[in-house]
Design a protein. Structure first.
Length: 78
């Protein structure tokens, strides 16, 4: 799942070398934190959040497990 997510995100951003994905596993939920360059946050979120919503649907469709996957884009501090 992480490899597929990374490939999708690399295609969207201008600085793929700045991408960082961290998984935090809970009892029934896995949180995935996505960090990127400040200029790429908008590319990942998309207009009205449509891009990140589509990525969430894809990731949840391929995992099909009992665990819930929560994707969060962490905005870099300036």
């Amino acid at each position: 799942m992480e490899k597929m997510l990374l490939n999708i995100l690399r295609a969207l951003v201008q600085a793929p070398e700045d991408l960082d994905i961290q998984e935090i596993r809970g009892a029934h939920t896995t949180f995935v934190e996505i960090r990127c360059a400040p200029a790429d946050v908008g590319c990942i979120i998309g207009k009205n959040g449509k891009t990140i919503s589509a990525i969430r649907v894809l990731i949840n469709a391929i995992t099909r497990g009992d665990d819930r996957i929560v994707l969060e884009v962490i905005e870099p501090e300036h």
